[in-house]
Design a protein around this ligand. Structure first.
Ligand SMILES: [Zn+2]
Length: 167
């Protein structure tokens, strides 16, 4: 029973990956564990996702990961640099992974927009001067298309563990 449920959720995860128009060959070949890797090696989540029920409501549209200025950021998934620069006075770097946009703040990279990044490889460094994290963490968000923000932790954790109800 538990295995069957896990398999179903696994399929759902793959369906999410195939949402984009691009081929899913890279991820489809991987085991059905975590879809993405932690962007700061050996770190931990210090503030969880708190998605609002409506887009205009307050919330925390990402997770905060303990990090120091200068720490290396690791690409959670294979994609391309889709933004690198300053937004509203904050240094941010974004990676597009199929229809998802992964954004890190504060972050800086020397890589120009359009550069491919590989899952597990460094692509940027944690910057300073964020009022969000008080220079003690990096904020990571995942946006699906032009729509809602998703909980990055969902992609880090095997869904079979978090979402299978206890029967
Ligand atoms: Zn945050």
């Amino acid at each position: 029973m538990r295995r069957a449920a896990a398999f179903a959720l696994c399929s759902a995860l793959m369906a999410a990956w195939s949402w984009g128009k691009a081929s899913i060959s890279a991820q489809a070949g991987e085991s059905c564990t975590a879809g993405m890797v932690m962007p700061v090696q050996g770190s931990e989540i210090v503030a969880r996702f708190d998605g609002p029920y409506q887009a205009w409501m307050a919330g925390h549209r990402g997770i905060d990961i303990r990090a120091q200025k200068g720490d290396e950021l690791i690409a959670p998934a294979t994609g391309i640099i889709s933004h690198a620069g300053t937004v509203a006075g904050k240094s941010t770097v974004s990676i597009r992974v199929r229809s998802f946009t992964l954004t890190f703040e504060p972050a800086q990279t020397a890589l120009p927009v359009g550069t491919p990044v590989l899952r597990g490889k460094p692509f940027a460094k944690v910057a300073g001067g964020s009022d969000h994290c008080n220079d003690a963490c990096v904020h990571w968000s995942i946006k699906r298309g032009k729509g809602a923000y998703e909980d990055p932790e969902r992609w880090l954790t095997p869904q079979s563990i978090r979402l299978v109800p206890v029967a």
